[in-house]
Design a protein around this ligand. Structure first.
Ligand code: SF4
Length: 356
């Protein structure tokens, strides 16, 4: 393989074909950092509007460091994996305290920040500071496995060593940022699950060209755990009962509907009842269908129930329902609090919510 020729072909292709993405318009390390954090576990199409809104609201590292948790979680809601935003805030604080609000041009110092792994550090270091560190993400692994026809399981120590060695050997040390982005872009747009080999700038160098690239890379299949869940929409006039953020919530720091794990319909109702300080009249419970949601390896099916407390109840009457971390909040406030995705999906099943 002629490595110099491969680098040249890839960089020329990237120059002509790179997507017009908002975070490619600047080399601001904060924006690159934020985009890389958002792109972990989330697709580009979902990330772009979130990124633009987030940057308008929090334009600098200092703005994130100073912001209230609720405001950050609210801007992040819907993206999932909320540990990312909690870690980002902690890391932004550290950058303000130690480095005057600017990311340092030093791989090890960036790598030491909370929530910043090898991949994100290499992306920031190469794209923003032109430091020669190769990025290895899912797209890069796919391209490398095919380019070198690597037919082993990618989840082994040996495979990790293989990808590291190949990525570092191929890296263009004069333009590491562009080269890294080009390799990731090729994986995202050309060397995809069903690769477009005929238009690929690397097809002359690729050991899988004309063979079986769609069967590579070889991965261990992830096992998903089905989980049955039930959620209750208990409401009175303009208010709804919610569970305040606590470490026991499905996602820490997010508001949610009174919910619980359950095995069968009878269990659903009984389990929800255990969460409430007042007995429900089961005849008044309305089944509203179910929603699906995934969190890491859990495939959740949530059965949604509606329950109306009729007539305008006084504050005292409502407090009977608000033991522990349960509280009523106004429907209109729902837009302002960080509500978890499962609750938002469940509320779509509820017609008064749809009218709002
Ligand atoms: Fe991927 Fe095909 Fe290009 Fe090889 S030739 S890198 S398999 S798109």
């Amino acid at each position: 393989m002629n490595v110099a020729k491969l680098r040249k072909s890839l960089l020329s292709w990237f120059e002509l074909n790179k997507r017009d993405l908002p975070f490619r318009k600047s080399k601001d390390p904060y924006k690159i950092w934020l985009s890389e954090i958002m792109l972990q576990q989330t697709t580009m199409a979902v990330v772009v509007p979130y990124f633009e809104r987030f940057v308008r609201k929090f334009p600098t590292i200092a703005a994130v460091a100073k912001s209230k948790d609720d405001n950050l979680l609210n801007a992040w809601k819907g993206l999932g994996y909320y540990a990312r935003i909690r870690n980002l805030k902690l890391a932004c604080r550290e950058v303000c305290e130690k480095y005057g609000g600017k990311l340092p041009k030093d791989f090890n110092k960036i790598r030491a920040l909370k929530g910043v792994g090898d991949y994100t550090t290499a992306a920031i270091a190469s794209i923003c500071f032109n430091l020669p560190h190769a990025v290895i993400d899912g797209n890069v692994k796919r391209v490398l496995a095919r380019l070198f026809h690597f037919r082993e399981n990618t989840d082994t120590t040996r495979a990790r060593g293989f990808f590291k060695e190949k990525a570092e050997t191929l890296l263009d040390r004069k333009s590491p940022g562009d080269f890294n982005q080009a390799l990731m872009e090729l994986g995202a747009t050309v060397c995809t699950k069903s690769p477009h080999c005929l238009i690929c700038p690397l097809n002359q160098a690729c050991a899988s060209f004309g063979k079986d690239p769609e069967n590579l890379p070889i991965k261990t299949k992830m096992r998903f755990r089905p989980v049955d869940y039930s959620s209750l929409i208990l409401h009175n006039e303009d208010k709804i009962l919610l569970k305040k953020p606590s470490s026991e919530n499905l996602i820490k720091d997010m508001w949610e509907l009174p919910s619980c794990y359950a095995g069968s319909v009878t269990h659903h109702i009984d389990s929800i009842q255990k969460r409430l300080p007042v007995a429900l009249n089961k005849k008044k419970l309305q089944r509203m269908g179910s929603v699906k949601h995934s969190i890491t390896d859990k495939r959740i099916k949530a059965h949604v129930f509606g329950y109306e407390l009729r007539g305008r109840l006084s504050g005292r009457q409502l407090t009977k329902w608000t033991k522990g971390d349960l509280t009523f909040i106004a429907w209109e406030e729902l837009q302002k609090i960080p509500l978890n995705t499962l609750a938002r999906k469940a509320l779509q099943k509820f017609s008064p919510w749809s009218k709002n």
